[in-house]
Design a protein around this ligand. Structure first.
Ligand code: UDP
Length: 322
């Protein structure tokens, strides 16, 4: 059985669904501070904080072979305001999880990491051996968690894969689960809010970056492609492979303006686009080089930006039906 922490959240719930489709049994641990119980439609569910001693009971009650660890805070802006909250939950609480894994002899671990560990990269596309220089507490909390894992693996009888996500986007094509953050801060759902009329406009955070149209460029990757990578990473560890770190992106960058244009095309809706101040902590360009995971795990992303927006729009329409 696989323990999925944060399996009631966005990427965790999509991965939990994919794990079941691939024939795995899971138990989801989530304290529902960000997640939704009705996103856990597959496997067992335990309402529990992964940073608490109660987690030990879960290890006692289920026969756990490995852990896929999504539970974390992930807002860059909030992390700048509340760094301790991020270091405590994302780093310190993960040490609690690792300690309990050791107690129960569970030796396979997959971490949700992030492109934010690179900070302002010197070279695009970004490979895994690029310099790690996070520029916000969120990225820093994941960076030190990766370091803790590296040390843990050095001690032996423990292997991990760290997956550095670029911009997760899109939703389950069956619309059983989707992206639902409160408050929402991510570009695509906010643009779709404007398309559906929930917001009057969308603001572009800065159009004076050193990019062709002046807006930030990101690498958007469908959440189902991320889910698939977790399964491949888990199987890689089951085959007694050593610990590893992989980027997860499409390898193609889209500017904020291009994303907005794609949303207009897919939805057929027009809305006002405003130019706002730059958002603190935003690098100009983040594009993944995902060659390594392709070569080692045979992972190839299946969905492009248009399919990402189409799936997100379908979910958005469902959630906003009167
Ligand atoms: N962005 C924007 N307006 C918004 C939300 C986001 O211009 O209302 C920009 C943001 O500055 C970044 C890109 O869209 O360049 C993607 O932001 P998001 O928060 O979705 O993901 P992040 O890159 O921060 O992980």
């Amino acid at each position: 059985m696989i323990l999925v922490t944060g399996g009631a959240g966005y990427i965790g719930s999509h991965t939990n669904k994919a794990l079941h489709a691939a024939g795995y049994d899971t138990v989801v641990v989530d304290n529902l501070c960000k997640g939704y119980e009705n996103f856990v439609k597959w496997g067992f569910f335990e309402d529990c904080d992964f940073g608490s001693g109660d987690l030990r009971e879960v290890f006692k009650n289920y026969d756990i072979d490995g852990v896929i660890h999504f539970a974390a805070f992930s807002s860059v802006a909030e992390s700048v305001q509340m760094p301790q909250k991020y270091f405590k939950n994302n780093y310190k609480n993960t040490l609690n999880l690792l300690k309990i894994m050791r107690e129960f002899g569970v030796d396979k671990f997959i971490l949700s990491s992030t492109a934010a560990v690179y900070g302002n990269p010197k070279q695009i596309p970004i490979t895994e051996d690029s310099e790690l220089k996070p520029i916000n507490p969120y990225g820093h909390s994941k960076f030190i968690t990766e370091k803790a894992l590296e040390r843990e693996a050095e001690k032996g009888d423990f292997n991990y894969v760290s997956l550095r996500y670029f911009n997760a986007a899109g939703c389950d094509f069956d619309c059983e689960i989707g992206e639902l953050h409160d408050p929402e801060t991510h570009l695509i759902p906010l643009v779709l809010d404007a398309a559906i009329g929930k917001r009057d406009s969308i603001s572009i955070f800065g159009d004076d970056y050193d990019t062709p149209d002046g807006t930030c460029i990101r690498d958007y990757i469908h959440v189902n492609d991320l889910a698939d990578a977790h399964i491949k990473a888990y199987e890689y560890l089951c085959n007694e492979n050593e610990s590893n770190i992989f980027n997860l992106g499409n390898g193609e960058g889209y500017s904020v303006r291009e994303v907005i244009d794609m949303c207009k095309k897919v939805t057929g809706c027009d809305f006002e686009v405003k130019i706002d101040e730059r958002r603190e902590g935003d690098p100009a360009v983040l594009i993944a080089d995902s060659t390594k995971i392709h070569e080692k795990l045979g992972w190839t992303p299946q969905y492009d930006l248009e399919q990402i927006v189409e799936s997100a729009w379908k979910w958005h329409e469902k959630m906003n039906k009167i």
